[in-house]
Design a protein around this ligand. Structure first.
Ligand code: NDP
Length: 406
């Protein structure tokens, strides 16, 4: 029976609070804090309606370590679940060290003025967390998160040796807007406009953004054009999966989305540096975020499914083997359950399962950890019952799942 402090009350925060509230056996007390307390209050009202539980709310600017420490000292939670933005990772880790509280997040640190996400800033905290006897669990969303656990499970139970991994992230849902992002627009656009990068034979290889695409046939969804992107879990998995020759990441995008993105880039609206406008300095991508639909607002009318998983190839018992290990999630079903769309849901549920692993002692250690460093079994046992069932599909080796683009 533990108290948890959730920071962030956007699309993902909403799911985390609802799912923690469903498990009163583990999360005996829940506080949600964010910059705009009205959003926390709205989540608390929804939880009260759906589960009858009372959630307390608080205001905090998570860029400010002193405010965070004051909140942690006042609340004394066992764990902070950070689902605000990646810009706040380091300030929240600092505050956790000062207040002696464990930490969990879903996205690695990214400086505000440079679209560059890497683990080096958070891995630099390993020694300090170890010395303090505290645990930080990084990237406990779906990707990163469940995808890392799928890879660990493949390594432990499905393969003797793994040769290649392709992480495939498909959203075949429809929200009815000409252009919207499924999670924080600023973070999302910064991620996908970077050069594509993948790891092969010990080296990182870069390609122009969106310049490589393949058609993958996704279970329950069908063939979808998927684009090679750099994604943060590649960095830790390239280090932690033994004998790996290549690891890549693909995400689906529709033509309409890509056309809008190209125009927004061409006119400068995705720039992250400040520009002067009528005597004010504005950052175009922040202005764009203010114009775009709030990702959480897409949920009520979202239809269709997501399918995210790992296509793993290697050898088992002397024979070649190829599998796809994946989850399929339905947008409308997520809305019925917790008033969220599937992207928020597939991120929020693993954050809660990661928290369950930490609070029940199934995953324990002093230091800073990535998901694949722990035993995948208890996490995967809990994932289905918490709302994200998963499957392993055998794919005949040599049978082609990738089709060259038309
Ligand atoms: P939203 O933009 O919907 O919500 C962000 C929340 O953080 C808002 O409540 C916002 O408050 C709050 N916030 C922002 N800045 C601060 C601050 N300085 N202090 C306190 N609170 C702050 O984002 P999402 O819910 O869509 O995404 C949340 C996180 O999940 C992101 O880090 C994203 O990268 C990650 N993510 C991870 C995925 C995975 O699979 N691993 C997939 C999708 C997302 P306000 O209302 O005031 O703006």
């Amino acid at each position: 029976m533990k108290k948890v402090l959730i920071i962030g009350a956007g699309g993902v925060g909403n799911v985390v609070v609802h799912k923690c509230a469903q498990r009163a056996d583990i999360f005996s007390e829940i506080v949600v804090a964010s910059r705009t307390v009205a959003r926390c209050d709205a989540v608390a009202r929804s939880v009260a309606e759906l589960t009858g539980r009372t959630i307390r709310t608080a205001t905090v600017d998570a860029d400010d370590v002193r405010q965070l420490v004051a909140l942690l000292d006042a609340e004394r939670p066992s764990l902070v679940i950070h689902v605000a933005l990646p810009y706040q990772d380091l300030s929240i880790m600092e505050a956790c060290l000062a207040a002696k509280v464990d930490y969990l997040d879903t996205a690695n640190y990214e400086p505000l003025d440079e679209a560059k996400f890497e683990y080096k800033w958070q891995w630099a905290y390993r020694e300090r967390f170890r010395e303090a006897g505290l645990m930080a669990l990084l990237g406990s969303g779906f990707d990163p998160g469940v995808t890392n656990v799928f890879c660990a499970y493949a390594q432990e139970s499905l393969f003797d040796e793994i040769r290649t991994i392709d992480i495939l992230d498909c959203n075949a849902g429809s929200h009815g807007h000409p252009f919207a992002t499924n999670f924080n627009p600023e973070i999302n656009i910064r991620e996908i406009t970077q050069p594509g990068r993948y790891w092969e034979r010990g080296e990182w290889r870069s390609i122009a953004p969106m310049s490589e695409r393949r058609l993958f046939d996704y279970p329950e969804v069908g063939p979808q054009m998927s684009y090679l992107l750099y994604h943060e879990e590649l960095e830790s998995l390239a280090q932690n999966i033994r004998g790996l020759e290549r690891i890549r990441f693909y995400m689906t995008f529709g033509d309409e989305y890509l056309t809008h993105l190209r125009v927004l880039q061409n006119v400068g609206l995705t720039r992250i540096d400040p520009v002067e406008f009528r005597g004010q300095r504005i950052v175009p991508i922040q202005f764009l975020k203010a114009l775009l639909p709030d990702p959480a607002s897409l949920a009520a009318t979202y239809t269709g499914k997501t399918c995210i998983g790992c296509l793993v190839e290697g050898r088992k018992d002397g024979a070649p083997r190829r599998i796809f290990i994946y989850n399929v999630c339905d947008h409308a079903a997520c809305y019925r359950e917790v008033r969220a769309q599937a992207i928020s849901y597939t991120t929020g549920v693993p954050a809660v399962v990661g928290a369950m692993m930490m609070l029940t002692g199934r995953w324990r250690g002093a230091g800073v950890f990535n998901m694949e460093e722990f035993d995948p079994a208890p996490f995967l046992d809990a994932l289905g019952p918490m709302g994200l069932p998963w499957q392993v599909q055998e794919i005949a080796v040599g049978a082609e799942q990738e089709v060259p683009p038309a």
